[in-house]
Design a binder for this molecule. Structure first.
Ligand code: PLP
Length: 482
C-alpha cells in the first residue's frame, strides 16, 4: 500500500519543495545569516535536480526575502529583520468560574465553513496532507467485504482489530495497555466528554491550561462545571507548581480533575518537559484528582521523537488517556479512543448510554491501514510538512506584524499563538478580517475568564501559497491599523 497519494507527498512543484526545505534550515538556524547557500551546480548535483529547478528554488527563496543574490558569488542568507519574543507565562485569575465561550465558538465554526475564506480559524491541516485516496480505497473495500457493517450493530466498545492496533502503538512506547481497556470513541471530543463525566459532576472544578482548547471549555460549560485556569508557559506548558498551589488553595478541595495536553497543547503548542509530565502524574495521584490527558497532537513532533504520554508514569490507573486520528491521519473519520485506567468500567457504561458505539466502516479502514508500515511513513512526511509550514508562518508574522507582537515557537503540531500589542482587540479584528475573507481564532475563545483579548491563534496547517502569504500580510496591516 503506498504511504502517500502523490509521488513527492506534496501538492506543489518540486522547486517549491526544495525552497521549503532550505527555508526550514534557515528558520531553524542551521543556515545562519550571512552564510552562503549551495550554488546552482552543487544543489542540482546533491539533490539530483535539473539546474533550472535548482535555480528556481533559490529564486523562490529570494522572492520571499530570505536570501539575497550577490553578483558573481551566489545566494546568501539575509540577516533576519527581527526575532519576535515568545509570550510570557500566562497569569489567569486564581478563582474558578463557569464558562461562557459557546457563542464565540458558534460564530467561529460557522465562519470557517463559508466558501472563499482563507481559513486560519479551525485547527486542521490540508486534506491532501493525509493519505486520503488510500483510506478511501480501504473504506470502500471494508464496506464491500463486510456486509454486516451496515446490517448489524457495531461492537459497543469498538472493533477488536482496531483496539489491538491502538494498544500495540502504545506498547511500542513502553506503555502496557490491554486491548480490552481501549474504548473506541467518536473522535477525541467524545473521549474527553466521557472522561470528564466519569470523574466529575456538575459544579465540580476542573483545572485546565490557560489558554486552552475551546472545545474543552465548551464541554465544561455544557456539563455545568467550572474551569480553573492554571498558568501555562509558552514552551513548557502547564505549570505543575501552579497546579500544586491551586490544589492547596481555597478551592483545592473542589478540584476533581485536571485536563491537560502535555504534547503540543492547543493553542500554544507547548511541550511539557518529561520531568514535569512525571511530576504531574504524581501530584494528581497525591491529591486524588483524575488526570485527563489529551494526546491528540502527540504524533506530530517535528523532531520525530514522539513524546511519552503522561500515562507512561501512571501506576495507579489514575490517568484517562484520550486520543484520536483526527490530527495525524483522518479528521473526517471521527475515530478516537479512551484508555480509562481504573475508571474503565464506568467509562464503558457511559459510552453505551452516550452513543452506543462508533460506526464501523472507518474503524475497519484505519485498522487495515495500521496493519501495514504506511502509518509511520505517513507520519514522517506529515511532521515535515507541519514543521516547514509552522516555520514559514512564524517568519511571515515576523515580517508583517507590528512591533510588540510576540509569537510561540512550537516544536510540534500546526498551530501558532500570536500575542499582539496591548490594546489590540481580536474580537473586533476578527470582524474586520472576516470582511476581507480572512479567518482566525480570537484569543478569548481559549479562556474561561475572557482573557487573551489581544491574542489570536493561527492554523498553520494550510499549504503555503501566495494567497496565504497575502492574507498574513493583510492581517498584519489590519493589526497595525488598530
Ligand atoms: C486539543 C484538542 N483536543 C481535542 C480535539 C478534538 O479532537 P477530535 O476531532 O478527534 O474530536 C481538538 C481538535 O481541534 C484539539 O485541538
Amino acid at each position: 500500500m503506498p504511504a502517500d497519494d502523490s509521488p513527492t507527498g506534496l501538492s506543489q512543484p518540486l522547486y517549491l519543495c526544495v525552497a521549503d526545505e532550505l527555508g526550514q534550515l534557515i528558520a531553524q538556524g542551521q543556515l545562519a545569516a550571512g552564510e552562503r547557500l549551495p550554488s546552482v551546480r552543487e544543489l542540482s548535483q546533491r539533490r539530483g535536480l535539473s539546474p533550472t529547478t535548482a535555480l528556481a528554488a533559490l529564486r523562490a527563496l529570494e522572492q520571499r526575502g530570505w536570501v539575497e543574490a550577490r553578483p558573481q558569488s551566489g545566494y546568501y542568507v539575509r540577516p533576519k529583520l527581527r526575532r519576535l519574543a515568545e509570550p510570557a507565562t500566562s497569569r489567569p485569575p486564581s478563582a474558578a468560574r463557569p464558562v461562557t465561550v459557546g457563542s464565540i465558538a458558534a460564530r467561529l465554526l460557522a465562519a470557517s465553513n463559508e466558501p472563499g475564506i482563507i481559513g486560519f480559524g479551525a485547527a486542521i491541516p490540508e486534506a491532501d496532507w493525509y493519505p486520503v485516496a488510500t483510506l478511501q480505497r480501504l473504506a470502500s473495500q471494508a464496506a464491500r467485504r463486510h456486509r454486516l457493517l451496515i446490517g448489524e450493530y457495531s461492537p459497543f466498545f469498538g472493533l477488536p482489530a482496531l483496539r489491538h492496533q491502538i494498544a500495540r502503538r502504545y506498547a511500542e512506547l513502553g506503555i502496557a495497555v490491554d486491548d480490552d481497556e481501549v474504548v473506541i470513541t467518536n473522535g477525541c471530543m467524545e473521549a474527553i466528554n466521557l472522561a470528564l463525566r466519569t470523574v466529575a459532576a456538575p459544579g465540580a472544578v476542573i483545572a485546565v491550561e490557560s489558554p486552552t482548547y475551546y472545545g474543552l471549555l465548551q464541554l465544561i460549560e455544557a456539563q455545568g462545571m467550572q474551569a480553573l485556569e492554571i498558568p501555562t508557559h509558552a514552551r513548557d506548558g502547564l505549570s505543575v507548581e501552579a497546579l500544586a498551589t491551586a490544589l492547596t488553595g481555597p478551592q483545592g478541595a473542589q478540584i476533581r480533575a485536571c485536563v491537560v495536553t502535555p504534547a503540543f497543547c492547543n493553542p500554544i503548542g507547548a511541550l511539557m518537559p518529561e520531568a514535569a509530565r512525571e511530576a504531574l502524574v504524581a501530584l494528581c495521584r497525591q491529591h486524588r484528582i483524575a488526570l485527563i490527558e489529551d494526546d491528540v497532537y502527540g504524533e506530530l513532533d517535528f523532531a520525530g521523537q514522539r513524546p511519552l504520554p503522561a500515562r507512561y508514569w501512571d501506576r495507579s490507573g489514575n490517568v484517562l488517556l484520550c486520543g484520536s486520528f483526527s490530527k495525524s491521519l483522518a479528521p473526517g473519520a471521527r475515530i478516537g479512543w479512551l484508555l480509562a485506567g481504573r475508571h474503565r468500567d464506568a467509562v464503558r457504561m457511559r459510552k453505551f448510554t452516550t452513543s452506543a458505539g462508533t460506526a464501523l466502516v472507518y474503524q475497519h479502514a484505519l485498522s487495515a491501514y495500521l496493519e501495514t508500515q504506511a502509518y509511520p511513513r505517513h507520519l514522517v512526511r506529515l511532521r515535515r510538512l507541519c514543521a516547514t509550514n509552522v516555520a514559514r508562518y512564524i517568519e511571515a508574522i515576523e515580517r508583517y506584524f507590528p512591533a510588540g507582537t510576540r509569537v510561540t515557537r512550537p516544536s510540534g503540531g500546526f498551530v501558532v499563538w500570536v500575542e499582539l500589542p496591548r490594546g489590540t482587540d481580536t474580537l473586533a479584528l476578527y470582524e474586520r478580517a472576516l470582511f476581507r475573507r480572512i479567518n482566525f481564532a480570537p484569543g478569548p475563545l481559549f479562556s474561561a475568564s475572557g482573557r487573551y483579548r489581544n491574542c489570536l491563534r493561527l492554523n498553520a496547517g494550510r499549504q503555503w501559497t501566495p494567497d496565504v502569504d497575502g492574507a498574513l500580510q493583510a492581517l498584519g496591516r489590519l493589526v497595525e491599523a488598530g
